[in-house]
Write a protein that binds this ligand. Sequence first.
Ligand code: ADP
Ligand code: MG
Length: 582
Amino acid sequence: MGSIQLLPDEVVNKIAAGEIIERPVSIVKETVENSLDAGATEIRVEIEGGGKQLIRITDNGSGIPGNEAQLAFERHATSKIRTAEDLHQVATMGFRGEALASIASVCQVVLKTRRESEEAGTSLFLINGKLQNKQPVAIPTGTILEARGLFFNTPARKKFLKSDQAEAGAIVHFMNATALAHPEIAFSLYQDGRTVLDCPKTSNLKERIFQIYGSELLETLLEIDETLYHFRLYGYVSRTDALKTNRNYQYFFINRRMVKDKVLSNAVYVAYRFFAESGQYPVAFLFLEMPAVMVDVNVHPAKYEVRFLQQSLVQKGVIDAISKVLTGSRPLPQFQVGSVPIVPRYSGPDLKLSGEEIGRQPFSQHLPLSTQMPVSSALPTSPPARTLPEEGQYKIIGQYDNTYILLSDDAGLIIVDQHVAHERILYEQLLERQEKRQVITQSLLIPLVIEVNPAQMMLLEDHLTQFRDLGFEIEVFGNNTISVREIPELLIDSNYSAALSRLLEELEKLYRGGLLANLVDEMRKSVACQASVKINMPLTREKMEYMISELLKTKTPQVCPHGRPIILRISHYEIEKNFRRI
Ligand code: ADP
Ligand code: MG
């Protein structure tokens, strides 16, 4: 054995890098955390070849002073801690001062950075952690870090990397998590030139979830916000009837830092154990906030794992909090409430004739089976339990919460949203009357005079005939005032002045957004919506009966003109099954 020697810096850095930089996502993580620490409000990440070829992070943070930029690549160089005591402070993301040194030792790095106070930025180029070139550069305030050719100098490590897609997947997962944790910061991610994530700044977690996952997922989530013992747990978890088939939608954060923690994932598992079948996993975006002294985040070099001071207390608290929202949402274990399929109902001649009726038909009308099923793709294909109630075959049970009409039929229980149901009825009425040119209008004794803004005035002037076709007799006065002498009869019992203003506002909004493809139809939707029965309104039995029977006569009783469901069904089978009768 040779004599004992201090290892050269280059070797030390590579050893350290092995701990911190395992894969492309490690670089993204360290640099994005630096951007956050630097107060950036916009962080853009570009990757090529799964991040193996190129990772570029651009932020609008504080930047690094030109004369310190080189120092940032030294091991244990940090601007974030000064004393050993600061180590307990976890407000910043990084404090070991190792990340940049580690990154520079395993790839080729270009760092461009500029402080606001500096006239020009500074660009550094490093290979093997050694500075090759330093020069001024014109860039906006902030920092751009480019890392190319990960592990170009350590082929053994390179071999352990997964496919481009798998490495990119890990980066997407990390970026989603970071975006969830910081709704107030804009994040974007581009993979080989394609946009993978694009989240403008927003004010809250809910909006951020919407930006990343869309409304479909958001609608299946329950909100949690509980303060328990000395910590707060907040975020969103799945409704019990909307579980996923993988764990990709589970993110845990402690003091807004993502962790991969068994205590938390186990707590979620326990809370859902009666609701999830094997292979089903809830969505969980859970944020735990607790005093820094209660949790040690320095267990893992990349700070993914943590150690709680009172592990079982934390676990119990999380289980309790989730259980509380699950019970609050009154889940009936594994009770699957299926919605009526959203397909247009077949509106041609009724082909479901009884035997007797068929007997009465001329023989030639007994069509071959194939032609008896016209537009089969448009017919509901799901089992009978998911179909609409039939005229005369249902019973009205009553009204629930002054908002929903409850009915039952042979196939089970049916819930109808009164507002959207009425909206659908009125919309189709308007449509039919317009088509037949039988619009019913009502003259106003005193003409209504309202003010409109210039954009609305333009819209009106260009479309006076369309307004007239719907039943609005409008005269333009100039000076941004209009006078209305006739309105659609539907609106006579509502606040028609407000209804017209609202209609104009909605049209203007659509117009501005370039979304006004069918003005007349939008007008019908708006008028139908405003003339219809609201929620939280008691209905007499006669009114309910009228509504349901009219609804079932419409062409599309399943969805309202704006696309929301009108009818939900809980099948008899599901009821019996859940009461363990079958
Ligand atoms: P640490 O983050 O633990 O301090 P790093 O090696 O990640 O160590 O970074 C070293 C230093 O470089 C940081 O302390 C910070 O001063 C500076 N730095 C790194 N990235 C940025 C950035 N994006 N914006 C501003 N300063 C940065
Ligand atoms: Mg750092």
